[in-house]
Design a protein around this ligand. Structure first.
Ligand SMILES: Cc1cc2nc3c(=O)[nH]c(=O)nc-3n(C[C@H](O)[C@H](O)[C@H](O)COP(=O)(O)O)c2cc1C
Ligand code: SF4
Length: 442
């Protein structure tokens, strides 16, 4: 199956980036010029709403609707706060996810132009890219693109004589998974401890430094210039199922050709796997995480699933970041779950008890099961944790996300997990001391 290259149209083998002259020769920065010359800020928002663009950071929230929550000051400029912000979430720490890196390394001007249009649409005068700390090459390339754009007059004061002002800054994360949660990200950007904030107030009312703010994912925003250039109807028809547009899908794990591919949203899961070369060594699919580590597992029974928000939702999981982690039939599911819960336990910010204490407990039970030291009642105890750490029980979506693979693992592979409990074991699970390095302080 061929790719539909919209966001990746300029990205070359080897990721040697397209700099300004080449980007402009391919039509780059024209969407921003058109925006400033022909569209009011709210009209850009309406266009994005009509196109049906949904957030690519994991939750799939409609982008145009998110922008419409921003207060408008065109009619009352005297009430405009000191600054209005756009913050781009480039933290990308979700296990198995590596899509935003490709966009930033391969076509840095696309993101900077997209930020310029989006900032104009929401009335922002300052925009940040909050970058994963390890992405130093992205930092280098984005900074060069910002410098080139400033030199060309696309950023700065009175841009292209329009009266619009915008500055873009990069911020390197100190490096925790929770920094990707949008309100923790804003705290980190302010130089404070990266823990989630209570909502309301939502960032549109009180975000970065208490000012109106929108947080969007890299891939989400990269769609915007193409919507402005080609229109909402063009964008909608790119999708293959309910949602419009394309998606950077990925595959890692037990496929023959791991990597990324831009395909219509709603492409059949089985076709995507085929595109990535099928399951390695001619084996069969056992399970996959459809959109990163915090999305519930699906199995070979779901190969007909359309990979968009509705399709994956109807199959009992989430599209998440659209980057699949694939496991063949030889993979012990207990090891998959243990590795994931180890990560999420380590990355808990410690702000609320169910997550801080529950995740290490889950990891400990899975570690014992894997080592053949499980006890009767362990499966029920894991099940109980999926309820205690589920939606609405914790301060942010970290713990419910971590419970996604566990709950689905129990649903599809309960017998395999239960069979790990030795016949002669007693029921000491609740009091057994920790036996892993990460649990030694629990
Ligand atoms: C624990 C946690 C980690 C997250 N990490 C990321 C991330 O690395 N990148 C991202 O874009 N969104 C991440 N999100 C989602 C953001 O909170 C937010 O929904 C997103 O950046 C909004 O952008 P979008 O509407 O364009 O998708 C995370 C959420 C949670 C709960
Ligand atoms: S759910 Fe976990 S990561 Fe989120 S606030 Fe609570 S302790 Fe922190």
């Amino acid at each position: 199956m061929d790719e539909t290259r919209v966001l990746t149209r300029n990205i070359r083998e080897g990721r040697e980036p397209v700099w300004r002259a080449e980007y402009e020769a391919a039509g780059g920065w024209e969407a921003f010029k058109k925006t400033l010359a022909e569209l009011k800020p709210t009209e850009v928002g309406e266009l994005v709403k009509e196109a049906g663009l949904r957030g690519r950071g994991g939750a799939g929230f409609p982008t145009g609707m998110k922008w419409s929550f921003m207060p408008r000051f065109e009619e009352r400029p005297e009430e405009r706060p000191a600054h209005v912000y756009l913050v781009i979430n480039a933290d990308e720490m979700e296990p198995g996810t590596f899509k935003d890196r490709l966009l930033m390394e391969g076509d840095p001007h696309q993101l900077i132009e997209a930020m310029a249009i989006s900032s104009y649409a929401i009335g922002a005068d300052i925009a940040y890219v909050f970058l994963r700390g390890e992405y130093v090459e992205c930092q280098r390339r984005l900074q060069k693109a910002i410098d080139e754009a400033t030199e060309a007059g696309y950023l700065g004061n009175d841009i292209l004589g329009s009266g619009y002002n915008l500055k873009i800054y990069l911020h390197m994360s100190a490096g925790r998974y929770i920094c990707g949660e949008e309100s923790a990200l804003l705290s980190a950007l302010e130089g404070r401890r990266a823990v989630p904030r209570h909502k309301p107030p939502f960032p549109a009312a009180s975000g970065l430094f208490g000012q109106p703010t929108t947080v969007n994912n890299v891939e989400t925003i990269c769609n915007v210039p193409h919507i402005v250039s080609n229109g909402a109807d063009w964008y909608k028809q790119l999708g293959a199922h309910k949602d419009g547009g394309t998606k950077l899908f990925g595959a890692s794990g037990h496929v023959n050709r791991p990597g990324l591919a831009e395909m219509p949203l709603g492409t059949r899961m089985g076709d995507l796997l085929e595109h990535f070369g099928g399951i390695r060594e001619g084996r069969r699919l056992k399970a996959l995480l459809p959109g990163g580590g915090s999305t519930p597992l699906l199995t070979a029974d779901h190969l007909d699933t359309p990979m968009d928000y509705e399709g994956v939702g109807a199959a009992g999981s989430r599209l998440g970041t659209g980057t699949m982690v694939v496991m063949d039939e030889t993979t012990p599911i207990v090891g998959v779950l243990k590795n994931l819960e180890h990560f999420y336990a380590q990355e808990s910010c410690g702000w609320c008890t169910p997550c801080r204490d529950g995740l290490p407990w889950v990891e400990r039970i899975l570690t014992n099961l894997e080592a053949g030291k499980g006890h009767p009642g362990d499966i029920e105890l894991l099940e109980l944790h999926t309820k205690l750490l589920g939606p609405g029980k914790t301060f942010c979506a970290h713990a419910p996300g971590a419970m996604g693979p566990l709950e689905s693992g129990l649903k599809y592979f309960r017998d395999e997990l239960a069979a790990l409990i030795p016949d002669d074991s007693d029921t000491l699970s609740l009091t057994e001391p920790a036996n892993t390095a990460s649990n030694s302080q629990v």
